[in-house]
Design a protein around this ligand. Structure first.
Ligand code: PLP
Length: 370
């Protein structure tokens, strides 16, 4: 285990390769794997992650917004990139950077065709998204004829894939609902394929769908959490390894006398003698105020050190009264052992919120054992 000298997010590419290989082993050899690298690769570092996954063979990438796709293209990523949630104001830039839009509503198909025609595009690849029960983004079943009529009036775009998103693929109690989504996707896609006259790539599964619904892999799957190993540990697949560890050090130790207070608004009042450690990570780094006042904890020399007082912008204080430690010692915010899910749950949230909030000022350190 490396010992850190400041706050760092360690990104383990060996674990990423492991997770990728494991997920691939769940797929039929013809099924493509699309790696979702939105939100800075679930809080890690989108460029590093995408370049590594490109090298080891990912077939496709997806991001949420056009700006995220542009970042990857500027870094030299060549693999096709699906933009899941583009806005018309960015359609020109999307085409300029060779990104592929999700087309999810009558308004979006009209707007995209307008821009693609204005830019003299022919057969520009688009991905048509259907809503099968998440009720978030996507065409409805009865929009198929409208889509076909739009496509018949232009040769500026061509449907590269048809897709949908599962609402509860991680929840075994929702099997019936998930299967109704799968069946509805089959029905809609067979209808539109008949009317199109060609067969685009079909995809519906996210990571937990890959693991729980092998019958719904179709031609491609979209892996997110699985690649990063950030699932809710207990029900998740224990083969997946978290790629990120957040670590810091103890900057200073104080001993408070009975009645003395700690931090802003004097939120912590010392009962007896309290030994405290000040750690250089705060709400501007992604550790929100909800972790303060004994909700969240870090790990120091194998012991739980609870956050006391309010979380500050650039630091937090933890209770080390019963912990043997000294200034400069390593502090684990989360790692393989004390997982991001457990820390997130201590403050009533989920690991993705904790991870995607880690701000760019936290240094990313790449670990690659190959
Ligand atoms: C985020 C996202 C995914 C990946 O989901 P995971 O649960 O992280 O595997 C797949 N598809 C769409 C449309 C998404 O928005």
């Amino acid at each position: 285990m490396s010992k850190v000298k400041e706050t760092v997010l360690e990104i383990n590419l060996t674990h990423l390769t492991h997770n990728y290989t494991y997920l691939k082993s769940k797929l039929d050899s013809k099924v493509k794997l699309l790696a979702v690298v939105k939100a800075a690769g679930y809080g890690s570092d989108a460029i590093t992650i995408a370049k590594h996954l490109e090298k080891i063979g990912a077939d496709y990438f997806a991001v949420a917004y056009v700006s995220e796709g542009i970042t990857l293209r500027k870094a030299g990523v060549k693999t096709p990139i699906l933009v899941l949630h583009p806005q018309p104001v960015n359609f020109s830039a999307l085409i300029e950077y060779n990104l592929e839009p999700s087309i999810y509503s009558p308004r979006i198909i009209r707007e995209f065709i307008k821009v693609a025609e204005a830019e003299n595009q022919k057969d520009y690849p688009v991905h048509v998204k259907f809503n099968t029960g998440l009720n978030r983004l996507g065409f409805w079943e009865n929009d198929v004829d409208y889509i076909i009529s739009c496509l018949h009036q232009t040769n500026a775009i061509k449907v590269k894939s048809l897709f949908s998103h599962l609402a509860a693929s991680e929840d075994h109690n929702e099997k019936k609902f998930t299967m109704s989504q799968v069946n509805s996707f089959k029905k809609i896609t067979s209808d539109i394929i008949n009317k199109l006259g060609y067969t685009p790539i079909l995809h519906q599964c996210n990571t937990s769908g890959i693991l729980n619904y092998p019958e719904a892999h179709f031609d491609m799957v979209r892996a997110g959490i699985g690649l990063y190993g950030y699932g809710n540990d207990a029900d998740y697949d224990t083969h997946l390894k978290p790629i990120a560890s957040l670590k810091s050090i103890i900057s200073q130790i104080h001993t408070l006398e009975p009645g003395e207070t700690l931090g802003y608004n004097r939120a912590f009042v010392s009962n007896g003698y309290t030994k405290t450690a000040t750690i250089p990570i705060g709400h501007a780094d992604g550790i929100g105020r909800q972790y303060g006042n004994r909700k969240g904890f870090f790990t120091i020399n194998g012991n739980k050190a609870y956050i006391i007082g309010n979380v500050c912008m650039d630091m937090v204080m933890v209770d080390i009264t019963d912990i043997d430690c000294k200034e400069g010692d390593e502090v684990i915010i989360f790692d393989n052992i004390s997982s991001a899910s457990i820390i997130a749950e201590s403050a009533g949230t989920i690991s993705y919120e904790l991870l995607t909030a880690i701000s760019p000022r936290v240094k990313r350190v790449i670990i690659d054992n190959n």
